[in-house]
Design a protein around this ligand. Sequence first.
Ligand code: ADP
Ligand code: MG
Length: 491
Amino acid sequence: MGNENEYSLKSIFQLVIGKWWLILILAIVGAGAAFGFSKYVMPLEYRSYTSMYVKNNNTVTGDAVNLNDLNASKSLVSTYIAVLQDDAVLDEVGNELLKKYPVDKLKGSFSIDNEKKTVGINSIRDCLTMSSVDDTEVLKIVAVTKDPALSADLCNIIADIAPDFLVRVVGAGSVEAIGPAKIYAKPISPNIPKNTVVGMLAGIMIAVLLIFVFDFFDNTVKDTELLNNKYNKPVVGEIHRFTRGKKKKNEKDERKTLLSKDFPFHIVESYKAMRTNLIFSLSTSDKKIFAISSPNPSEGKSTTAANIAITLAQADNKVLLIDADMRKPVQHNIFQTKNKVGFSSVISKMETSSKCIHKNVVKNLDLLPTGPKPPNPSELLASEQTEKLLEELSDKYDYIIIDTPPVNVVTDAMGVSKSVAGIFLILKYGSTTFDEAEQAMKTISLANMNMLGFIMNDIKNKGNGSTYYKSKYSDYGYGEEPKEKSDKENK
Ligand SMILES: Nc1ncnc2c1ncn2[C@@H]1O[C@H](COP(=O)(O)OP(=O)(O)O)[C@@H](O)[C@H]1O
Ligand SMILES: [Mg+2]
């Protein structure tokens, strides 16, 4: 239990890392937008400043400045700042500005009252910052406007009129500008590198937020633990996505199986692990016939059925694979056999089973393809002939695997419920939804079909090697050893 938190942190991290491309895209978009906005939209701002020295008049005695005098000067600075920010002072500053600058020039930095021909006091105040330098008796006035000369002039105007106001109002002390404000031609804002970084960080944050929102609304099956808790059925196999073989021009449908040369080793291993689990699941049933299905088309039923058949055959079992998906037959393509006659031919008594079964398509593995497409596949599968055929074949094989159409689309698979030990339901990682799984489970239960377990297929790696989804394998007790076991089986 102790590491549950750690685990969820890890899974959150992997969830985020798994969508690195979204983070990258939004980081670039954010940085680009901030850069463009800073460079082309935001106005340039220029800063200038002047410093004034505040003297306490008591020190005129000629003696050295003592500590008390300094303290008095410091508190005088605060008083002066308050006075200088008063409306009357700023009003005067506005008038001086109007004398020096045409209204059009001032408009860029201040609000102008066109009727009264005055500069808005608050807009002047917004351009100014006054403070004492490091808590000394030096008063610093900083102006930021959209024109470098205007910033300097604003400082100088205040420095000019300040002494008059202060002496008249405060009486005590005196103030003197240390030097005139200079014009600084380099803008202080916008800070393009800083804004770009902020834009990038904002993009990353939005991306992470989106990832969590998407994940919250994601109802696809990813978590085997959740699946197991919900239906109390084991997940007998967890098959990762393998890269597909490239379609060559003249080849209709090239599919990878365990037998393909470049088939990833770790997936071969997970099929072997699944084989062990399947054998366990079937061990309590006297029938060794089972169906493979899934809620929707293209979730990997046929691929998985073929690979299970191969891996069982490799463990020295006599195996028959029946392609019962007469609506979308593929097994004859996978094993490159003909499909002129097959399952449908046997059931409709047009051919004998021995004539239709392709022997040893792989060592120990026989294949019964679909045969020609009948008008009523559903009825054929549920017919007495099918039951008889399976009964008859079950004596000849250790395992019979039936590849079927998707449960949520057609009910064909349910037709064989009486003849089989049960069904394994494939769910496609991050694609099949819980609702679809639920619907399939209902169909299976209504048909009195024995549900043997789930197979999670097409699991995508998130992060470095490990997966975001939680595995429940080890909880069945027979999950972690299969590697060893299957190796023994192979010998
Ligand atoms: N684990 C997997 N990794 C990569 N591709 C897969 C995987 N499982 C199935 N596929 C591919 O998905 C496609 C559909 O698979 P298929 O077995 O025909 O599905 P179904 O029988 O459910 O319609 C095929 O091209 C198959 O190669
Ligand atoms: Mg199929």
